[in-house]
Structure formats: C-alpha cells, structure tokens
Design a protein around this ligand. Structure first.
Ligand code: S3P
Length: 178
C-alpha cells in the first residue's frame, strides 16, 4: 500500500459515515464520502441520479470518484456500499490506503439504512434479494486489509477498534505509532 488514507467499505447501513466521521475527528484528519463527491459534482441527490439516469450512470460516477481519490492523502474515506464491488476496485483502494471492512448483521444494517432512507438500492428489493446482493458483494469487501465486526457493538467501540487498526498499521512502519 502506498497511500496513507483510511478507507471504509461495507454494505449500506454498516456505519461507514457515522464511524468514519468520528474516526477522522479522533485522528485529526479530513473526512470524505464518495457519495458526497458525486452529489457535489452532479448537483443532485443520489436518489435523483438513480431516478433520472439509472444505476449504470451512477456506477460511472463512482468510477470517476475513485479516480479523484488518487489526489487524497491522509484522509478518512467512506465509500458507497456498491463502489468496491467491481473487478479491480478493491486493488485500487488498497493502493490508496488502509482498507477496512465494517462487517455485521444484515438485518441490523437494513433497519438502519431504511430508517435513514434515500437508498435507491433498497427500493423494491425483498429481503431475499438483499441477502443475495450482500452475498455477491462479500468477496469484494473481503479483500480489505482489516475486517471489523460491528454486530452488537456501539459506535464508540467500533471507532475504538478502527483507531487501534490504524495505529497498528503505523506501528508496522514507524515504531512509536501515531
Ligand atoms: C449504494 C449505497 C449507497 C449509495 C448508493 C448505492 C449501494 O451508499 O452509494 O445509494 O449500491 O449499496 P451507502 O453504502 O452509504 O448507503
């Protein structure tokens, strides 16, 4: 890995945004979300992009966002749930920094994601469809450097583990850590 970013991957509702923002604060780093990069460049919301241009266009915009991530150094980056799930993307992300998968219980994720709304990938999909979607995505998420189990854990506990994972990585290269 050449980059020094911390990159969070995982399914919708895994807590990438909430935990990423707190992690960035703890590490005194900037926090970036790929969804926000897309919304800022397109000037409209994610549900609107899906509705007006379809998922294929959204995935193209994600590919552009990945290219733009090459300019980031030292940031904490939360990715959209589907962003890493194409061939070669996890390898690119791994080159940009420490990639961490927030793994957990699908029902917990779905409850959280549905509570906050605005997830076009949930619209019209049954639980069975979403189980299949997660299964298809897991091999990609599984290429992360580190996996953190989030089930039944508080946000504080998860952020604590994230901080520890980042410090362990730096301890590997520079004795004394951060
Ligand atoms: C998506 C997840 C969303 C967002 C878009 C598509 C997906 O991000 O990128 O709605 O395909 O899983 P979150 O993972 O932050 O919900």
């Amino acid at each position: 890995m050449s980059g020094r970013n911390v990159i969070l991957v995982g399914f919708m509702g895994a807590g990438k945004s909430v935990c990423g923002r707190l992690l960035a604060r703890r590490l005194d780093r900037c926090f970036v979300e790929t969804d926000d990069m897309i919304v800022a460049s397109e000037g409209c919301s994610i549900p609107e992009i899906f509705k007006r241009f379809g998922e294929t266009r959204f995935r193209q915009l994600e590919a552009e966002a990945i290219e733009a991530l090459a300019l980031k150094a030292d940031d904490v980056i939360a990715t959209g749930g589907g962003l890493p799930c194409r061939d070669g993307v996890m390898e690119t992300l791994r080159g940009l920094g420490l990639v961490i998968w927030l793994r957990g219980d699908l029902q917990e994720f779905l409850a959280r994601a549905r509570r906050h709304g605005a997830r076009p990938m949930l619209d019209g999909r049954s639980d069975e469809d979403l189980i299949a979607l997660l299964k298809a995505r897991e091999p990609y998420y599984g290429k992360a450097h580190v996996t953190i189990e989030t089930s039944g854990r508080s946000v504080d506990q998860i952020v604590g583990e994230l901080v520890a994972a980042v410090r362990a990585q730096h301890a590997d290269v520079s004795p004394g850590g951060l």
